[in-house]
Design a protein. Structure first.
Lengths: 112, 115
């Protein structure tokens, strides 16, 4: 299984600002995913980030709001831009194959 | 489109007893995988068990087993000998192989284990 770390683990941000979340994996992986979990809700996929190509966003998520970088096979960042209180969520990255998918510890974001 | 349904928002079980968490799925694809994750209050997502659509035997991992009934499109999680530390949210998820591995999640079931 992959060991995944995320930074920061939590943050409190002012509305209108941006936060960049980092995801680091201890091995090279092709597929990397970013999910959002709003309070009391299930997980929703934001985008798929494969190295060497543009991220693919799910319906309801746009690049201007959630720009993603994937500079190599072990690292990715997700930026939450121009934040509002509705962006308060846990953001999780995950990696894996079709039969094994593991999650990072998550970034708990509160927007005031 | 794919869909995962978990109809039990909350469940209670007595310590040391077995419990079944329900999950039904909907897909027209033949190649897919089913996952169960545990999410304690800390928020981390802990992988429990995986079942592929072509696997003929039910998956087992320690105290966890997946009761896979393909014709009924169900993938229930069975936890044997419940422990207090099993109290958490449990999510069923599905991936369709031709969609690159992204997971679709159910709404989750909150399990509480009573001493």
């Amino acid at each position: 299984s992959a060991v995944i770390s995320q930074k920061p683990s939590r943050d409190i941000c002012q509305r209108g600002t941006s936060l960049t979340i980092q995801c680091q994996v201890d091995s090279q992986v092709t597929m990397m995913f970013w999910y959002r979990q709003q309070p009391g809700q299930s997980l929703t996929l934001i985008a798929t980030a494969n190295q060497g190509s543009e991220a693919t966003y799910e319906s309801g998520f746009v690049i201007d709001k959630f720009p993603i970088s994937r500079p190599n096979l072990t690292f990715s960042t997700l930026t939450v831009s121009n934040m509002s209180p509705e962006d308060s969520s846990i953001y999780l990255c995950s990696v894996g194959t079709l039969s094994e998918q593991y999650f990072g510890p998550g970034t708990r974001l509160t927007v005031t | 489109a794919q869909k995962i349904t978990q109809t039990q928002p909350g469940m209670f079980v007595q310590e040391k007893e077995a419990v079944t968490l329900d999950c039904t799925y909907d897909t027209s694809d033949q190649s897919y995988g089913l996952f169960w994750y545990k999410q304690p209050s800390s928020g981390e997502m802990i992988f429990l068990i995986y079942q592929g659509s072509y696997d003929e035997q039910n998956a087992t991992e320690g105290r966890y087993s997946l009761n896979f009934q393909k014709a009924r499109k169900s993938a229930n999680l069975v936890i044997s000998a419940s422990q207090l530390g099993d109290s958490a949210m449990y999510f069923c998820a599905m991936t369709v192989y031709n969609q690159g591995g992204k997971l679709i999640f159910g709404q989750g079931t909150e399990l509480s284990v009573k001493p």
